[in-house]
Structure formats: structure tokens, C-alpha cells
Write a protein that binds this ligand. Sequence first.
Ligand code: CDP
Ligand code: CDP
Length: 224
Amino acid sequence: MNNSIRIAIDGPAGAGKSTVAKQVADRLSYIYIDTGAMYRAVTLKAIQEGLDLHDGPALKRMLDETVIELVKHEEGQAVILDGKDVSEEIRTYEVTNNVSFVARLAEVRLDLVRRQQLLAEKGGVVMDGRDIGTHVLPNAELKVFLIASADERARRRYEENNRKGFETNLEQLKQEILLRDKRDSERAVAPLKKADDAIELDTTSMTIQDVVTRILELAGERAD
Ligand code: CDP
Ligand code: CDP
């Protein structure tokens, strides 16, 4: 297969983006870029530094001194923030529930989108997020928008937490997911939105394997 296509995968929380994107990238020997992890890393650092999460210029100054690296390893991807592995820390409750405030700041988006575009420059990339098809890679050869019902997305997160040994409440998880979706969809800058030329896949009743297979088929058609 032509090794240079760019695959953009967007959608709301728990739709399966990162799981599926990782597997598609492995199957194609492409690079996987988790842009949500970058927004999470910025949020973590801003919290640690005690910054006001609504202060764009302050976060911009912080970003000027920040190095974020995504490093592939056996179990997926490690997120390295200023030389330290923060892969676990960026998934905490505090980061998850604050990230959509940081992600709506124009200063933060401008900086991270530029970094993401540089990472994708050579093609052969699967990138997942909220605005990949609309803003980061508007010319991506394949754009996929994954959706699933809110109940199913909450159930997936609940099961995932159980597997990790965290006790959570299914209804509370659903409400938090809906709140984050609302903030992500209603923000002024680069909201969560399906690109006009994206293919929407409702994964509510699809297994991970079904979704991966479908995206690989679509990628094959684009790369021919
Ligand atoms: O994995 P999950 O869907 O829960 O979230 P994520 O992909 O890790 O993204 C975390 C948050 O970062 C999202 O809720 C958005 O607020 C923000 N984000 C964004 O604004 N744009 C992106 N391209 C990726 C994530
Ligand atoms: O990245 P995003 O927030 O869109 O979702 P994810 O973190 O990839 O997936 C959330 C959870 O749903 C993971 O535990 C996946 O294993 C699971 N999942 C699933 O059960 N069925 C799918 N079709 C996709 C994901």
C-alpha cells in the first residue's frame, strides 16, 4: 500500500478513537498520534504549575517552555512531558474533567495544532482527536468520524475502569462524558464536528475488530 496517506479519526469521548487508531496504525506500520494526550499533557502541567486554566496568554507562555513527545512502546504510546513519562497521570479524574477548558483556548490550540501538523508532515500517519479532519489535516486522504450512543460510550469507559481496578459510577460517567462532549462541541475555536467529507461510522454495535477492518478497507481504497 502507498505509505503516505493520512488518516484522521475524530469523534466524541469513548467512541473508540484511540483503540482503533492504534490498531489501524500498527496494521499499516504508520505512526499513531493521540492529540487528546497532548491536550491532557498541557492541562496536567498547567494544574501542576497552579495556572488559571482559563488564562490563554499564561498557558501560551508555559507552552513556549514545554516539550511534549509521543513515544511508541509495546502497550501503545507513552506521553513524555518535559522528559518525564506522564502516560498515567494525564488520565486522572482531575485532568479529564479540566481538559476541555484548556482545549478551548485559541492560544493552546494554535500551538498544539502546529506541533501536530509537523508530526504528520511525512504522511503515513493515523491521528485521532476532535478537529483533525476539520482543522489539523483538512486534506487528509481518509477522514473517519466515529460515534456511539452515550450509554454505550459510558459503558465502555466503565468496563475499562473496572479492568484497571478503578471503581466508578456508570451514571456519573455518562453525565461527565455528556458534559465534556457539550463543551467540546460548543466551543468557539475548532469545535468537535464531523468534516463534510468524513465517513461517519456508528460503532454502538460494532466490535473493535469490526471498526478496524472497516477503516483498513477504506484506507485501502484511498491508497490505491
Ligand atoms: O479519550 P477521550 O475521548 O476521553 O479524550 P481525549 O481524546 O484524550 O481528549 C481529551 C480532551 O482533549 C477532549 O475532551 C477535548 O477537550 C480535547 N481535545 C481537543 O480539543 N482536540 C483534539 N484534537 C483532541 C482532544
Ligand atoms: O479514544 P476514545 O475516547 O474515542 O475511546 P477509546 O479510549 O479508544 O475506547 C474506550 C473504550 O471502549 C476502550 O476500553 C475500548 O476497548 C472500548 N471499545 C469497545 O468496547 N468497542 C469499540 N467498538 C471501541 C472501543
